[in-house]
Design a protein around this ligand. Structure first.
Ligand code: LMR
Length: 400
């Protein structure tokens, strides 16, 4: 009965890793998926994570019972504090409901489905371009997806005018997906002044902010600084949704740990929102896993572990910044034609190089360098040893 099925294409991002794994070349380099690597090109388990896991193993009272539908209560409280700030008025006034979800993707999906069921507007505006999974998540959640202008290829920066025009023209009350920091794939974020203008415009039109926070701590190296845009929207007393992921900033990729917070206008509303979120989650996956959320809770509740985490996070962010400088210098040393300053200007894990799909495929074929076809490279996958190889490939493809 399934014989009529056609072979589905691989995922645009995760499929890059599959192709990379099949390549026997000793010089192959995977700059596709946004996953942190050490200078030796190895995945990293943070020291604080190992310590937290040790604590969990030593605690013989721990059991493996089902969590509640909304997940681990302590994790939820600590996650809301991490993203909204310990002194957030919304937390103080019990206007926030937070549920543990399956990393960023799961949080976006649960939030999307909640909005599709209960919010009066069913259209979500996502930036152009955005993470390839966004349109699929929201479409399957039952929302209709439209885009707003975000990136200007001619400046390799923000198309702020286009963004304001498109959000200004969106129907009253539409949902707007905003990357909290370190925009994926472009590495281009609004300034705080621009965020303030976006906030004013959105609030004046009753547009509902849905923040995707997948890189808190990776843009500036500071958890609080990276959460500022969200906190500006909380400070005005209005509603919003935020999806948090611990994949990148705690390196908990495969643990699938994240949280969805919905900031409401009153505590009783937040309580009812939570009751409805449970109705979304229960038939989807019943309740979330316990291990990853327990690791996060151990780290966030303990001042020493928390401080150690911020140092490890900063070290990851700094290594990425150093990769940006090294790649930029390597291209300059080769006299590679073109303006490559965007490599050092863009922030977060990715550089949106401006290379086109044909150039990307040439680099993969001739240099065994793997990246997404839109020209995005994960700077976190690069090391001092591999920068020259990448610079050689870029130089060859743009001078060819
Ligand atoms: C990425 O953009 O590479 C990451 O967010 C990983 C993923 O799931 O796509």
């Amino acid at each position: 009965v399934f014989a009529h099925l056609v072979q589905a294409p691989e995922d645009a991002i995760l499929g890059v890793t599959i192709a990379y794994n099949k390549d026997p070349s000793p010089i192959k380099l995977n700059l596709g998926v946004g996953a942190y690597r050490t200078e030796e090109g190895k995945p990293l388990v943070l020291n604080v994570v190992r310590k937290a896991e040790q604590q969990l193993i030593n605690d013989r009272s721990r059991i493996k019972e089902y969590l509640p539908i909304v997940g681990l209560g302590e994790f939820n409280k600590l996650s809301a504090k991490l993203i909204l700030g310990a002194d957030s008025p919304a937390i103080r006034e019990n206007r926030v409901t937070t549920v543990e979800c399956l990393s960023g993707t799961g949080s976006l999906r649960v939030g999307g489905e909640f909005l599709a069921r209960h919010y009066h507007q069913k259209t979500i505006y996502i930036p152009q371009p955005t993470w390839g999974n966004h349109p699929k998540i929201f479409t399957l959640a039952g929302l209709s997806v439209k885009t707003y202008r975000y990136y200007d290829p001619s400046t390799r920066g923000l198309n702020f005018q286009g963004l304001l025009e498109d959000l200004g023209a969106a129907p009253q009350g539409s949902i707007v997906l905003l990357h909290a920091c370190a925009h994926n794939p472009t590495g281009v974020d609004p300034t705080l002044e621009q965020w303030e203008q976006i906030r004013k415009l959105m609030r004046s039109k009753g547009l509902m902010p849905f923040f995707d926070s997948a890189y808190q701590g990776f843009a500036s190296g500071s958890l609080d600084t990276d959460a500022k845009p969200i906190r500006m929207f909380v400070a005005d007393g209005g509603e919003l949704l935020v999806a948090q992921s611990y994949a990148k900033n705690m390196g908990l990729y495969g643990e699938r740990v994240g949280a969805l917070s919905i900031v409401c206008k009153a505590a009783d509303v937040a309580g009812r929102v939570e009751s409805q979120l449970k109705l979304v989650i229960r038939p989807m996956y019943s309740n979330p896993p316990i291990h990853g959320a327990s690791i996060v809770a151990v780290i966030l509740r303990d001042r020493n572990l928390f401080n150690e985490w911020t140092l490890e996070l900063k070290a990851m962010a700094d290594r990425i910044i150093s990769m940006r400088k090294q790649l930029f210098e390597a291209l300059r040393a080769r006299g590679t034609p073109g303006d490559w300053t965007h490599i050092i200007k863009q922030i977060g894990m990715f550089t949106f190089t401006g290379l086109n799909p044909a150039q990307v495929s040439y680099m993969t074929k001739e240099y065994h360098i793997y990246m997404t076809s839109d020209g995005r490279i994960s700077m976190a996958g690069l090391s001092s040893k591999t920068v020259p190889h990448l610079a050689d490939a870029i130089h060859a493809v743009v001078t060819k």
